[in-house]
Design a protein around this ligand. Structure first.
Ligand code: COA
Length: 203
């Protein structure tokens, strides 16, 4: 805000954190310029309406309505139900146990994307001290192809960066190669690597 000549200039910067209306008011009572004016002219009041510049295109995810945060144990049922709907669960992989380990572990979490308060997407992230791995990248079928999957992978990458990890990677089942185009559009490349594994019996 500024005042006229004779009173000097006062500048203030305000940052809008949400859409809405802000009222800015100021007054001068002691400088010569102000004293030469009527009392009513020494004050001003400005109403500022803050709009939204990033209104999503039709069919795109609404980033104003989505909150991405690490899930809590209380979110387990919603996450598991989403994974079932997204077709990611397998009988030999109890998703409840996967969720619990990731959410309670010291170097992992499950990121959840909430749209209007409803869990609509997940990405499980964890690291072994060397690489960041992503599992259960899932968007609710009725919200797929709106950009939410990209937002979840960007959140996973931000998590990995915060842990100072240089690389993020994931495995895609050979029955799910239709999703490779998704990862390709995010800049992921296919590694020249064979993944080996062995189930471990618990004592
Ligand atoms: C894979 C999945 C997470 C992608 O999420 P999504 O929200 O549908 O994808 P987005 O809308 O964010 O797509 C992001 C970009 O990838 C592209 N894309 C998405 N799926 C694609 C596909 N199958 N082939 C080619 N490109 C694809 C989109 O066109 C988009 O490109 P743009 O940003 O340039 O417009 C989601 O489809 C899903 O949950 N699938 C079922 C579960 C699953 O298979 N998960 C992966 C486990 S490895």
């Amino acid at each position: 805000m500024t005042t006229g000549p004779g009173c000097g200039t006062v500048t203030a910067t305000d940052t809008a954190v949400a859409a809405g209306t802000a009222v800015v008011s100021a007054g001068r009572t002691v400088c010569g310029e102000a004293l030469a004016r009527s009392a009513a002219e020494r004050y001003y009041r400005v109403v500022v309406t803050v709009g939204l510049a990033d209104v999503p295109e039709p069919g795109r995810w609404d980033n104003r309505a989505v909150e991405i945060r690490p899930l809590d144990p209380a979110d387990r049922a919603d996450a598991v139900a989403l994974w079932h709907r997204a077709g990611l669960t397998r009988p030999w992989n109890p998703p409840e146990q996967d969720f619990d380990r990731a959410v309670t572990g010291p170097s992992s979490t499950v990121l959840g994307g909430f749209e209007h308060g409803r869990l609509a997407a997940t990405a499980m992230v964890g690291h072994d001290g060397h690489r960041c791995w992503v599992y259960y990248a899932a968007v609710d079928p009725d919200r797929q192809a709106t950009g939410l999957g990209r937002a979840m992978m960007e959140a996973a990458e931000a998590w990995a960066r915060a842990a100072a990890l240089p690389k993020i990677q994931l495995m895609v089942r050979s029955s799910n190669t239709g999703t490779l185009g998704f990862y390709d559009s995010l800049g992921y490349t296919v590694e020249d690597t064979v993944v080996l594994s062995r189930w471990l019996e618990q004592s």
